[in-house]
Write a protein that binds this ligand. Structure first.
Ligand code: DLL
Length: 434
């Protein structure tokens, strides 16, 4: 199967614009009528739903932010009464209250379609055995891939996260061909397979559907090597829909956005003005078909860019650049902007350490920001002489300085001493905010 929904995925630009325009007019009216917080935003700028005649009017609309969702916690952003809502999900983010979303049965069905399209983009079909190690629960990862895989008709293994050795046994015994989990957990599974002394050639794994957190190109290569698979990038956020808002295709040149459901824009994070194709900025989504909790121009804080040019895979769906970080996880260390993904890229190039196992501790001593990066040594390096370990440490320190433009203190720690990740990894401890 090449496409899950060929008509939509290969639609001409004109047809897509017409579909998006009709859906935008409808969703603006529904949100205005159903969600008081959004009506207040529109009224404040004197905008009426009938002023929006098509997608070309989108920039007239006000933005929605996470702060709006928090202020209306828990159900205040729903556009329909509770009697129409079939399920809630929530995400905690790094600070503050939960962000809650409400879905109708049709919303769940649309979401499952997105996840099914994503699985087909990764080359999956009815014959595949999809092992889902994303967490099941309020987090959208587990149930999102689960419903997508069921809709596609592949065999769904609802393993959820945790108990890595059991996961490995299931993956091996059931002959899973696709693994869906966070990239950091894929690394943990890969290392578990090595530690258990298995040969990866005895596994049937072929593809990985990894997302929910930023991961570098180097980490992708490392996972592909460890698990002997092709790794695909799946993106999503609970507020808009879970996994399957966008997905990379076999040509791996960005992620195709399911733009019949989610209209993407890139805006300059400071001026909030839309930027042209190819220019990096903050990703903004409008849900075009959502019923329970439609969101208009939702600021994701994720950093990306859009490309409308043709993709070799035949899909006409706009592509977004892989999300390398968020405007709000950017660390400012002594005035220099540092993204955790830059740090990861440096670490993944050094063989003597376990590149994916690291933690960044930022503090302020006097008036000066300090950054310490704790990195796990690989077992073979750990047994080396002290002077060798010191040489590794110095090399990382040197590479960090060269890549980040700001110094970091490197602390090498023994194998398996940093907390393991089964879901999203918490890599940054910023004591300046505590
Ligand atoms: O992480 C949904 C998801 C589940 C996506 C499983 C993919 C796979 P939230 O918990 O609401 O939802 O977190 C959303 O995670 O705004 C990004 O900052 C980040 N994120 C999600 N996917 C990717 C990705 C799910 N492929 C937040 N690359 C988003 C980089 C990602 N960051």
């Amino acid at each position: 199967m090449k496409y899950y929904n060929e008509k939509i995925e290969t639609m001409s630009r004109d047809e897509m614009t017409a579909l998006q325009s009709a859906r935008l007019v409808d969703v603006v009216r529904r949100t205005y009528e159903g969600a008081p917080y959004f009506r207040a935003k529109m009224d404040a700028i004197g905008l009426k739903p009938e002023d929006i005649k098509g997608i070309e009017d989108i920039a007239k609309l006000p933005f929605t932010t996470k702060a709006d969702l928090r202020a209306n916690y828990p159900f205040g952003c729903f556009a329909l009464p509770i009697s129409e809502i079939a399920r809630v999900h929530a995400s905690s983010g790094t600070t503050g209250k939960l962000t809650v979303v409400g879905l109708t049965n049709r919303d769940i069905d649309d979401w499952a379609e997105c996840a099914a399209r994503a699985l087909v983009m990764a080359g999956c079909g009815k014959e595949d055995i999809v092992h889902v190690s994303y967490g099941y629960g309020l987090f959208t990862g587990g149930l999102g891939l689960h419903y997508g895989s069921e809709k596609l008709g592949s065999v769904t293994v609802p393993a959820s996260a945790g108990n890595t050795m059991r996961q490995i046994t299931l993956i091996k015994d059931f002959g899973a061909t696709a693994l869906a989990c966070t990239p950091s957990y894929a690394m943990v599974i890969g290392e578990g397979i090595e530690k258990a002394g298995y040969d990866i050639k005895d596994f049937k794994l072929r593809v990985g559907i990894f997302g929910a957190e930023p991961w570098s190109e180097n980490m992708k290569k490392e996972i592909e090597r460890k698990l002997n698979i092709t790794a695909y990038d799946i993106y999503g956020l609970s507020e808009i829909s879970g996994p399957g808002v966008s997905m990379s295709c076999p040509y791996q040149c960005g992620l195709h956005v399911m733009e019949d459901f989610f209209y993407p824009e890139i805006v300059d994070p400071v001026t909030l003005q839309p930027v042209p194709d190819g220019v990096t900025g903050e990703l903004v989504f409008t849900t075009l078909n959502k019923q329970g909790m439609p969101l208009i121009r939702y600021r994701t804080r994720d950093i990306s860019a859009l490309w409308h040019d043709k993709c070799e895979c035949g899909r006409t769906l706009v592509r977004m650049k892989r999300v390398s970080g968020r405007t709000d996880d950017m660390l400012i260390i002594r005035g220099v902007n540092v993204f955790p993904s830059q740090i990861e890229s440096v670490l993944m190039n050094i063989n003597e350490i376990v590149g994916s196992h690291y933690q960044i501790i930022v503090d302020r001593v006097g008036n000066l920001d300090t950054m310490e990066i704790q990195v796990e040594l690989a077992p073979h390096a750990f047994s080396d002489e002290v002077k060798d370990v010191e040489a590794i440490r110095k090399r990382i320190e040197h590479d960090m300085m060269g890549n980040l433009g700001v110094g970091a203190k490197i602390t090498l720690v023994s194998p398996d001493s940093l907390p393991l990740s089964e879901g999203k990894t918490v890599r940054i401890i910023d004591k300046r905010k505590i």
